[in-house]
Ligand binder design. Structure first.
Ligand code: GLN
Length: 524
């Protein structure tokens, strides 16, 4: 039985890998099906800033050649070899542009690959291209990209979450089965929640950050984006592990996460509801799906307890001091002299300060400037103790809350985001409203613990329009396997009619020929 290209792109990564191994499809066919899908729908979605068709097809052809030759070469192929992937444009790639969603890096080509990209290339996953994001990963809607917003495939008038909206939308719209994201305060999990996809923030230090453009180094973490928990686990297995090039990298082996994702046995698992992450500020539809998820877990044998994490009330405040402080330091290098585009002042003398000033004024967008100013202020002599110092103390208290909570529960649970995807533009003029989207995801970054977002069903508005709701699981540091176990089990429980949630995604009008100029080799 042949599989049509439309069916092919809707398979899970694990199914694609199985078909490749069985010789039922070729990697070139599979990659071409995704490139065609990108050409058809990305004019509407704008998930990609750069598409690397030629390179992807070359990698795919290599995989096919090795497989056709058989023998030890074919046996040595990585299980995901030939399964295409998209990479968030905050992660550097040799031979493909990296912009960080900023004008500052327009046209920049990294001379080296991030460690995760090296691993993907070694395993021969065809790289489809680079995905859109909020500038330097600052935002929750992908509207702060210098290259236009990405649209949510569930409703193209709505945001796909952020900062990794491009990766999440690409996976939700069947433009890629897998993608890489980065999560500093929720940028993998929150886009996962609002696009009905799965995203994991691994334990801090368990996936190399080498080659991820730094936003807030003590919070940043690269992680997998997929349509199923098993697929996310498989990608996590590939990208995880110790890296001598990252000084914060943990010296540990990568567990077989995908086995945990397939273990649906819940009896005896203690799941802690975080008292502080529910109720006020959360939409009724989000809370309804959350309650149903709890019910399903309870009936399947999990023990549901409530845990108290009082310091979480201050997490958002602490995050928005620590994150801008670190970002103000990390982004100091983009001055037109050491890094980045150079813009000359329109008039007056060409002093180095004036060139730097003109460059930073033109190269950075509003949100990035806001955070640089905030961070510089928080770190300034006289204010350091009051702001940055206090925020670090709260960070310690949050870590203690997690420690206490994990004595009572094996994993913690909450809604991933307080709302479903909101309309484009709705929060653009209100930074605080935008920041509130991260209320449930930020504590994990402050404590370095792993978290996952898994689809929890749809919330329906007055027009009967269904929008995805995400459920978040958190586990102690180094226990990422637990989030895969809990999320895998919930995914299975909620799949009542044997149809995954994403099978219900509305059909996108194919805008053949209208694909944006971004879908051109070499453009960005
Ligand atoms: N939305 C959060 C912020 O704007 C998180 C960003 C991220 O995780 N990269 O900072």
């Amino acid at each position: 039985m042949t599989t049509t290209p439309a069916e092919l792109v809707r398979l899970t990564a694990a199914q694609m890998a199985a078909k490749l191994r069985a010789g039922e499809i070729t990697a070139v066919e599979l990659t071409q099906a995704h490139l065609d899908r990108i050409a058809a729908v990305d004019g509407t979605i704008n998930a990609f800033l750069h598409v690397s068709a030629e390179e992807a097809l070359e990698t795919a052809a290599e995989v096919d050649k090795i497989r056709a030759a058989g023998g030890t070469g074919a046996q040595a192929l990585h299980p995901l070899a030939g399964v295409p992937i998209a990479v968030k444009d905050l992660i550097v790639t040799k031979g493909q542009p990296t912009t960080a969603g900023s004008k500052m890096l327009q046209g920049w080509m990294s001379p080296y690959d991030a460690t995760v990209v090296e691993k993907i290339r070694a395993a021969k996953l065809p790289i489809l291209g680079k995905t859109n994001l909020d500038e330097f990963a600052m935002g929750s809607s992908t509207e702060h990209s210098a290259y236009g917003p990405t649209r949510n495939p569930w409703d193209t008038g709505r945001i796909p979450g952020g900062s990794g909206g491009g990766s999440a939308a690409a996976v939700a719209a069947f433009e890629a089965p897998l993608a890489l994201g980065t999560d500093t305060g929720g940028s993998i999990r929150q886009p996962g929640a609002v696009t009905g996809t799965v995203g994991t923030k691994p334990t801090y230090g368990s996936v190399s950050r080498y080659g991820a453009i730094a936003m807030a180094s003590s919070l940043d973490q690269i992680g997998p984006v997929a349509r199923t928990v098993e697929d996310a686990a498989l990608l996590h297995e590939l990208i995880g592990g110790h890296d001598p090039k990252d000084s914060t990298s943990l010296p540990e082996e990568v567990p077989a996460f995908s086995e945990h994702a397939r273990n649906h046995q819940l009896t005896g698992l203690r799941i802690g509801i975080i008292k502080q992450l529910q109720g006020e500020g959360y939409q009724a539809g989000v809370l309804a799906r959350f309650q149903e998820a709890l019910e399903a877990l309870r009936s399947a044998g999990a023990e549901i307890v409530e845990v108290d994490c009082p310091s979480f009330d201050y997490a958002l405040g602490a995050y928005y001091l620590i994150m801008p402080s670190e970002a103000s330091s990390n982004l100091a290098r983009y001055d037109g002299v050491r890094y980045g585009t150079r813009v000359l002042p329109e008039e007056g003398p060409l002093t180095i300060e004036r060139v730097m000033g003109a460059t930073r004024a033109a190269g950075f967008g509003e949100e990035v400037k806001r955070r640089i100013i905030l961070g510089t202020y928080a770190l300034s002599a006289g204010y350091y103790d009051a702001y940055y110092g206090s925020a670090q103390k709260i960070r310690t208290l949050i870590q203690r809350d997690f420690e206490a909570a994990f004595e009572q529960a094996d994993v913690l649970i909450s809604p991933t985001a307080p709302t479903v995807a909101f309309p484009l533009g709705a929060k653009l003029d209100d930074p605080l409203a935008m920041y509130l989207n991260d209320i449930a995801t930020i504590p994990a970054n402050l404590a370095g613990v792993p978290g996952i977002s898994v689809p929890g069903g749809l919330s329906y508005d007055e027009n009967e329009q269904g929008l995805p709701v995400g459920i978040q699981f958190l586990a102690p540091a180094r226990e990422d396997a637990r989030v895969y176990h809990a999320a895998g089990a919930l995914e299975k429980l909620l799949q009542t009619d044997a149809e995954p949630l994403w099978a219900q995604i509305p059909e996108l009008a194919e805008t053949a020929g209208a694909a944006s100029s971004s879908v051109v080799e070499g453009a960005n």
